[in-house]
Design a protein around this ligand. Structure first.
Ligand SMILES: *Cc1c(COP(=O)(O)O)cnc(C)c1O
Length: 412
């Protein structure tokens, strides 16, 4: 069956999430398919930050820590994110970057399994997840080992030596979705702990951390949560581990009584001990705006639209771009797909630069992937159709084959 632009417009008319688009400041002439790398700007963010700067910082100064609840922000926003990822109140804190949180939780996990010496991850995991594990192994004197397996080959790696399995639920390149419930169950059966990276999950698809009995999780604030560039990340520790969980970075704001200024460290109760230093209030306030918008939407509806967007994208590419060198690099089965679609192309970098020059913003991931993030709160079905038409033109006319599109930038 032929897809036409009218079909996309009909899907937009029937879209229960359509009104959310107006909550975001999106430039004219841009089709933004990179919200999985940097989420769009909520219109409310500028006003919130301006007010915070003028009234709270400028006016109330240091009194704002109490008067405006600044000191509670890491846990308050954490509790909001908890609702998006199936965690309980008190299980999530917002702090630091995803990379730093990975370090904190990996180190804490190893301390909970002192007789075991292996961290398992998959070769396709995001580099920072692997690098942090490598650095930790080095810090601990190479008594531990990072064991890397193929993404669908976990079972063979789970022996009595494994302390922790660390995986990203949605693969950043292909968008492949791991089966969180099944893997977590198998990891626990092997006596190990499970850490999930939700960088490409939180705000994009429903998760049930409590239902899956996940031990640890981390995730990004600046992707599907629209918290702004470098927004603080979040971390989750299951409540049943709160008593014995010991993070390795013992800063004063993770102390049981920071303002007692005691000489000795005593961990705060609960997730608060995962906080290290003074929270970045401006960034946290911006993140809260993005999280509040996500909380207004129904996560099941977001998932439905995300899959409908990727289905339309794949159908349009199959119809419009056949024979133009693209190979689908995302799972064709919807149950295995996150909220993005990726294609490989031998000139992927130049093709993406040419697309960006035409206002279709996705990104490139080495070695040859064109990656298109589908953010249900602000991407329209008509955007998908229009983006694929431009993709066809760029490929069919070899518009990408110009020197300026082949110069590599520092950030791709
Ligand atoms: C984006 C991303 C990160 C980013 O980590 P930062 O510390 O925020 O730079 C980490 N892990 C995964 C899987 C990601 O996709």
């Amino acid at each position: 069956m032929t897809v036409m632009r009218a079909d996309a417009l009909a899907l937009d008319r029937a879209d229960p999430l359509a009104a959310f688009r107006d909550r975001f400041a999106l430039p004219d002439g841009v089709i933004y398919l990179d919200g999985n790398s940097l989420g769009a700007l909520p219109k409310a963010t500028a006003g919130r930050l301006a007010g915070l700067v003028a009234t709270e910082w400028g006016g109330d100064l240091i009194r704002s820590w109490t008067k405006h609840g600044w000191i509670d922000l890491p846990l308050r926003v954490g509790d909001k994110i908890a609702r998006l990822i199936g965690a309980r109140p008190g299980e999530v804190a917002v702090a630091d970057s995803t990379s730093v949180n990975l370090f904190k939780l990996m180190a804490a996990a190893l301390r909970l399994r002192p007789d075991r010496r292996v961290i398992v991850s998959d070769v396709g995991n995001f580099p920072t997840d692997l690098y942090v594990a490598q650095g930790l192994v080095e810090l601990l004197g190479f008594r531990h080992e990072l064991r890397l397996v193929a993404p669908n080959d976990l079972a063979g790696a789970l022996d009595r030596d494994v302390a922790l399995v660390s995986l990203t639920e949605v693969d950043y390149r292909s968008g492949r979705l791991h089966d969180m419930a099944d893997i977590t169950r198998r990891v626990h059966a092997a006596g190990a702990l499970m850490l999930w990276d939700l960088a490409h999950t939180a705000g994009a698809l429903p998760v049930d951390l409590a239902g899956c009995e996940v031990d640890f999780a981390v995730g990004c604030g600046y992707k599907y949560l629209n918290g702004g560039p470098g927004a603080p990340a979040f971390l989750y520790v299951a409540e049943r581990l709160h008593g014995e969980f010991r993070p390795p970075l013992t800063g004063w704001l993770g102390h049981a009584s920071p303002f007692a200024f005691e000489t000795g460290y005593r961990p705060a109760g609960g997730i608060a001990r995962a906080i290290v230093g003074t929270p970045p209030i401006l960034s946290l306030a911006a993140l809260e705006v993005g999280v509040d918008i996500a909380l207004e939407a129904d996560m099941a509806e977001i998932r439905r639209k995300s899959l409908a967007l990727s289905r339309l994208f794949i159908d349009c590419v199959a119809q419009e771009c056949a024979g133009l060198g693209l190979t689908l690099a995302s799972p064709s089965r919807e149950a295995e797909r996150g909220s993005q679609v990726s294609y490989s192309h031998p000139e992927g970098y130049a093709v993406m630069q040419a697309l960006i020059a035409r206002g279709v913003i996705g990104d490139f991931r080495a070695p040859d992937l064109l990656r298109f993030g589908l953010t249900p709160l602000y991407v329209r079905f008509a955007d998908i159709w229009d983006a694929v038409v431009i993709l066809r033109e760029v490929l069919a006319t070899r518009e990408w084959d110009r020197p300026e599109f082949k110069k590599r930038a520092a950030v791709t």
